[in-house]
Design a protein around this ligand. Structure first.
Ligand SMILES: C[S@@+](CC[C@H](N)C(=O)[O-])C[C@H]1O[C@@H](n2cnc3c(N)ncnc32)[C@H](O)[C@@H]1O
Length: 369
């Protein structure tokens, strides 16, 4: 089970981040800093109204993937892009042809990377991530034991109460909890399914399998399954239709990203290094993914101080966490203001509700504070 990068797909619901950042308000010209991960979030934030996005990731492979997705939007038509990237099936021949169309739109280092890794692109680039490979492997293992149509009834439901009843009938059995406990036991999961750095600060007493099973229930029952591309990709290994895709691949979002294609910048750099030398006022919104889980407390605090010093105001920020709900340092109290009730409302309708969501704002410019 080799992988090309950690994340083939941003496992985050871009509508949550867009709402937390208040993107797309009439007349707004938001400049967003985004932790790139698999690239879907920066592109979807452009689709949802950001004027420009700086996508930063310390791992250059994640940015090669981000650039591939951006180039697919530029060079292919919408259905081709959806199929090329692996959201829906396509023949190897078609993907190879689409890759030839996309390569000239890439900068030299990303082009070389994808020429070298043509096979992964031909299998659908979103499936070359460590996490995605693990989930696919789990499904291959589990479905023959419990039934190949395991998830299908969920997608036949017409309402959330029907989805809840379906979940109770299908999944509310000790055997599924046991599968979760095994598959997401930190020792197993960190070896095969996720970069171990994402688990290094976990200290919860609750088993990770139990925590994930409870969130899996919300994934299956809290939002309409037929409109949740993240659930569909996890459960079915594809989206059900061209209408169930991340925002940058919807017809509206696709056109918006094409129109703002020059608004995306990709930087392979540590976030703190980037922030140290970023000019003040270069961006007014920040999407930080679940960096709270990846950074030790002192570096998280340093990132927050730098964001406070660098962002144009009024500013909005949002981060997520699965394992560690990091507090702000005392010197930022009242300067960065966290909106917990908004975070809870956003989690309740999030289409990948495995995280806590922390929206925050900075109202007053640094020097005036
Ligand atoms: C925080 S992780 C989580 C991924 C997310 N949960 C998802 O599903 O896409 C997202 C990205 O953060 C990047 N990252 C971690 N620490 C970083 C840092 N200090 N500076 C920049 N990027 C970082 C990782 O390389 C990874 O690609």
């Amino acid at each position: 089970m080799t992988h090309l990068y950690n994340f083939g797909l941003s496992q985050e619901d871009e509508r949550t981040e867009a709402a937390a950042l208040a993107l797309g308000a009439y007349g707004s010209q938001d400049r967003v800093l985004s932790v790139a991960s698999a690239g879907d979030m920066p592109l979807s934030l452009l689709a949802l109204g950001a004027e420009s996005v700086i996508a930063v990731d310390v791992d250059p492979r994640q940015l090669h993937l981000t650039r591939l997705k951006a180039a697919a939007v530029r060079r292919l038509d919408r259905e081709e892009a959806v199929r090329f990237l692996g959201f829906m099936p396509a023949s190897r021949r078609s993907r190879r042809r689409w890759l030839r169309d996309v390569l000239p739109a890439l900068p030299p280092d990303a082009r070389l990377f994808w020429e070298w890794h043509e096979e992964e692109a031909v299998r659908g680039a979103i499936w070359a991530g460590r996490y995605e490979r693990y989930i696919r492997w789990l499904m291959l293992l589990v479905k023959p034991l419990v039934g190949f149509r395991l998830f299908e009834p969920l997608f036949e439901c017409d309402s959330l109460p029907e989805q809840r009843a379906c979940f109770e009938r299908t999944f509310d059995h000790p055997k599924y909890r046991a599968i979760f406990r095994l598959a997401f036991h930190p020792r197993v999961y960190a070896r095969r399914g996720i970069d171990p750095r994402s688990l290094q600060f976990r200290s919860s007493e609750q088993s990770l399998g139990d925590q994930f099973f409870d969130r899996f229930r919300a994934l299956c029952t809290a939002t309409p399954a037929r409109q949740n591309h993240l659930l569909q990709l996890t459960a079915l290994g594809r989206v059900q239709s061209l209408d169930s895709v991340p925002e940058y691949l919807t017809s509206h979002g696709f056109a918006a990203v094409r129109a703002r294609a020059d608004g995306l910048a990709c930087l392979a750099e540590d976030l703190l290094v980037f922030l140290e030398r970023a000019p003040r006022g270069a961006f007014n919104k920040a999407h930080l993914s679940n960096l709270a889980d990846w950074l030790p407390q002192l570096r998280f605090e340093q990132a927050m101080r730098l964001l406070y010093a660098r962002m144009a105001t009024p500013a909005r920020l949002v981060w997520r966490f699965i394992h560690v709900d990091r507090p702000l340092p005392a010197d930022l109290a009242g300067k960065i203001r966290i909106d917990r009730p908004l975070g809870e409302r956003l989690v309740a309708r999030d289409r990948f509700p495995f995280y806590g969501v922390v929206p925050a704002r900075i109202d007053t410019a640094h020097e005036e504070a």
